[in-house]
Design a protein around this ligand. Structure first.
Ligand SMILES: *Cc1c(COP(=O)(O)O)cnc(C)c1O
Length: 338
């Protein structure tokens, strides 16, 4: 089973002595989204979705985690540690289990989606619930990692960014070119930084267009947000770790970082599920919400746009309760008119 380290080793900081900890991550589908394109007033073939929810633990975090954990083992670490809104902890817990390392996670109380928490529990991570938000949990995680001598596997770890840049390599490989616009949700801003690094290493410069949730949009506002609020918990970040790098990617690519409301995110989330057959988590719908927002303002991006759908819909089953299904009930063997 080969993952992205084997696939891209010449472009990653590994040697033949690096013990590769892999679950077969990467190689995710890039699917055409003609219904999204049509709804945005764009021609067929103008929009593609990178389905990162199809990674082993259901989010793109696995791309960085395979490398961060492999290098932690190579360095002789006894454990890994992170703060997380859920997907980083699920991924860290899985890769640590596979590597036989201890894994400690700091989670903001009550703000982690059910699917992500179940993964973290089942992979045997040691969970610390922080009565505070992600940013506060991260500050504690940094100190605890130092104290224990564990490897911090948050996106402040440059190996996470190195692993995640392979997403850009795959997009270029599949399309045979780079997109004109790269749409991506922005939380701690590690992933926008990573894709930009990947594209530029191949000599490409697509416009990097990041999307934050309106209630958690520090980069858009130009100042930290003390109490970030959004249903898109994976991007509920008030003080992004890779803030400066994200601004650099935005400016060097002539791109943008803007925000969408929770209502816009949920509308795109539903549209993707109903019209494209793609079930992502709410945060992942932010770039598509952004595309629809631009289209409404008659500013839809011309050319080829790739939207990264960062995590799987099953991660956050709680949100689906907002969408009341019409269910008809019948006794076994009874008559039902459809
Ligand atoms: C982590 C995460 C994000 C945010 O990525 P950053 O690198 O923190 O900007 C977005 N969506 C999902 C599903 C995530 O897990």
């Amino acid at each position: 089973m080969n993952g992205l380290i084997e696939r891209w080793k010449s472009r990653l900081p590994v040697t033949s002595r690096t013990p590769v900890v892999t679950l077969g991550e990467g190689g995710t589908p890039l699917v055409r989204a003609d219904r999204v394109a049509k709804a945005a007033g764009l021609p067929p073939g103008a929009v593609f979705l990178k389905l990162e929810g199809l990674n082993p633990t259901g989010s793109f975090k696995d791309r960085g985690m395979t490398l961060a954990v492999s290098k932690a083992v190579e360095a002789g670490a006894t454990g890994v540690l992170c703060a997380s809104t859920g997907n980083t902890s699920a991924s860290a817990a899985a890769y640590a289990a596979r590597a036989g390392l201890r894994c400690v996670v700091f989670l903001p109380k009550g703000k982690v989606a059910a699917g992500k928490l179940s993964q973290t529990v089942m992979h045997g991570a040691e969970i610390v619930e922080v009565d505070g938000n992600f940013d506060q949990a991260l500050a504690m995680a940094v100190q605890a990692a130092e104290r224990l001598g564990f490897t911090l596997v948050n996106s402040s770890n440059p190996l996470r960014i190195e692993g995640q840049k392979t997403g850009a390599f795959e997009v270029v490989e599949t399309l045979g070119r780079a997109p004109d616009h790269h749409f991506i949700p922005v939380g701690n801003a590690g992933n926008i930084t990573a894709y930009w690094k990947g594209y530029t290493e191949l000599g490409h410069r697509p416009r990097m267009c990041g999307w934050q949730a309106a209630g958690a949009a520090p980069i858009v506002l130009g100042r930290p947000v003390k109490n970030p609020k959004t249903i898109a918990t994976a991007i509920r970040i008030g003080r992004p770790v890779s803030w400066t790098a994200a601004l650099a990617a935005r400016d060097a690519s002539n791109g943008s970082i803007e925000s969408v409301t929770d209502a816009e995110i949920l509308a795109a989330y539903r549209f993707l599920a109903r019209e494209e057959g793609v079930f992502c988590e709410p945060s992942s719908a932010a770039p598509v919400a952004g595309l629809f927002k631009l289209a409404k303002a008659r500013k839809a991006p011309q050319g080829l746009t790739v939207c990264v759908l960062t995590g799987h819909g099953l991660k956050d089953p709680g949100i689906t309760a907002r969408f009341k299904p019409r269910i008809r009930r019948v006794k076994a063997g009874g008559r039902i008119v459809l």
